[in-house]
Design a binder for this molecule. Structure first.
Ligand code: GDP
Length: 522
């Protein structure tokens, strides 16, 4: 219980450029998990050093895969899951969000709520994930704080409860008032401020502040604080945990300011590992037996060996080195002797891990996203989504002798969730589906470098796909009448590939007893 109550597992979400990487780095710095600024940036820029295929990422300067960092802070163990910012890899982000208990939303003070933030918020809402908000870049001129709160409330439809409040902005940014502690934290921006370089003054009415800030500034701030207390809703832990209210922190990640308040608030408010629904029952974190699910698979250090790491979120019990677990989908026992945990950016071998933690299991294929592992109980965790692709390509081999290698490559890449693969029932072609166009580039690159397969992707006349379920009789009818549009996906599920949305609509009307699903569980 003690280990569980210490744990906080969360993801950072934001529109690209709002400062997610910088905030991550500063959180790690404050927790003492890294020693120098620049480490996380370096990770972002040098990914090619650890994994060849990430050259794609390097070339395009975007972060494709989520990475996991565990660090200790104030007697807590924090698991931070980074998410790709680029929308073409949103599926990866959505799956990562199924593995966390809360999320930190970073917003650029000058830009306010942006496109990706809106989408990500919708995903968080599916599971009522509690969200903390950090409004970043106060060292630059931005929107008025009160307008930012208004924007979050109206656009994202979530109540804001400010925890801190900024004093000034841009060149005149002087610090923050902690509304719950009634303390003022003063900083000196522009000095390239170091960690912990700030003055704390009790009580916003303290006369010391008149001297330091000047009478005009402090009077304005006192008025503002009074107004804030009157017009905003006070923070409620219950409302936050229900996903209805977000505590808001202000700061400037680049100047190391506001981050410590955020971190302190985070460990105080963010939820401990939660219960999780399975197809059989709800599983509690303090149960003795280990259970967990795979939400992400990543090609590992040496892509040529097809060595892969499956990221498993532990839902209950404990992982101990060398233990045997049941892979429920295949009914096979596997021994996990070499799982890794993630301390900052280094990987260390885990001796033990608890509910809330993420462990990485080495494998050479055979583990898929959505797989549940238990100590024998046959249950499967729910809610890891697979979205209907919006883009389709037919794989066209340059060398026909490579058919086997292509099949293997596509099978493994689809297990990882890098792409979806559909096999039409009328011919032996392979159709790839993706949510974002860059996914095809990654797949082409990886097929070439990891599987030695050169292939082109042709555009194909498919607009959308739906997974189909229903009685055998109805499915047979559909196969007879619309066989050209039917395919089987990598997990053996039947899918209808529609050339247009009109066609899809007509088909749905024609087969009222069949269910056409836009999302399926892994
Ligand atoms: P990400 O794309 O969300 O991960 O954003 P980054 O952390 O890479 O930041 C994007 C840009 O904003 C970089 O040039 C950062 O140096 C800059 N940035 C991040 N935090 C701040 C901040 O607090 N103030 C200012 N002025 N710039 C910042």
């Amino acid at each position: 219980m003690n280990e569980i109550s210490k744990r906080r597992t969360f993801a950072i979400i934001s529109h690209p450029d709002a400062g997610k990487t910088t905030v991550t780095e500063k959180l790690l710095l404050y927790a003492g998990a890294i020693k120098t600024a620049g480490s996380v940036k370096a990770r972002k820029a040098n990914t090619h050093a650890t994994s060849d295929w990430m050259e794609v990422e390097k070339e395009r300067g975007i972060s494709i895969t989520s990475s996991i960092m565990q660090f200790a802070y104030d007697n807590h163990v924090i698991n931070l899951l980074d998410t790709p910012g680029h929308e073409d890899f949103s599926e990866d982000t959505y799956r990562t969000l199924t593995a966390v208990d809360s999320a930190l939303m970073v917003i650029d003070a000058a830009k306010g709520v942006e496109m990706r933030t809106i989408k990500l918020m919708e995903v968080c809402r599916l599971r009522n994930t509690p969200i903390l908000t950090f409004i970043n870049k106060l060292d630059r001129e931005g929107k008025e704080p009160i307008d930012l709160l208004d924007e979050i409330e109206t656009v994202l439809n979530i109540e804001c409860a400010p925890i801190t409040w900024p004093i000034g902005m841009g060149k005149h940014f002087k610090g923050i008032v902690h509304l719950l502690e009634d303390k003022v934290y003063l900083c000196e921006i522009g000095k390239n401020s170091k960690i912990g370089e700030y003055i704390i003054i009790d009580d916003v009415n303290n006369s010391q502040l008149d001297e330091i800030l000047g009478e005009d500034t402090i009077l304005k701030i006192r008025e503002e604080i009074e107004l804030i207390h009157e017009t905003t809703t006070p923070f409620s832990l219950d409302e936050f945990l229900a996903g209805k209210q977000t505590p808001v922190f202000f700061g400037s990640a680049i100047s190391n300011f506001g981050i410590q308040n955020l971190l302190d608030g985070f460990i105080q408010y963010a939820p401990t590992p939660k219960n999780r629904e399975s197809d059989v029952r709800e599983v509690k974190p303090d149960e003795d037996k280990l259970t967990g699910f795979v939400f992400k698979i990543q090609a590992n250090m040496n892509p040529k060996h097809h060595d892969r790491l499956a990221f498993m979120r532990i839902v209950s019990g404990q992982y101990k080195k060398g233990m045997k677990v049941l892979q429920v989908s295949t009914n096979k026992q596997i021994k996990i002797s070499n799982a890794v945990t993630f301390m900052s950016n280094e990987r260390t071998f885990a001796e033990v891990a608890y509910a809330g933690d993420i462990i990485g299991i080495h494998n050479h294929g055979g583990i898929s996203i959505g797989d549940t592992f238990t100590q024998g109980e046959k249950l499967t965790f729910q809610g890891i989504p697979n979205f209907s692709p919006e883009l389709f390509r037919r794989a066209q081999l340059k060398d026909p002798l490579k058919t086997k290698a292509l099949q293997k490559g596509l099978k493994q890449l689809s297990e990882e969730g890098a792409t979806q693969v559909f096999h039409p029932i009328i011919n032996s072609s392979q159709i790839l589906g993706a949510v974002g166009i860059l996914q095809f580039d990654v797949v082409a690159h990886r097929l070439k470098h990891e599987y030695g397969v050169d292939c082109q992707f042709e555009t194909i006349n498919i607009a959308t796909a739906r997974w189909v379920t229903g009685s055998d009789k109805d499915i047979e009818q559909l196969k007879i009448k619309a066989g050209n549009n039917i395919a089987i996906d990598a997990r053996g599920m039947l899918a209808y590939l529609a050339p247009s949305s009109v066609n899809l609509q007509l088909t749905i009307e024609r087969y009222p007893n069949l269910v056409f699903l836009a999302t399926r569980e892994h």
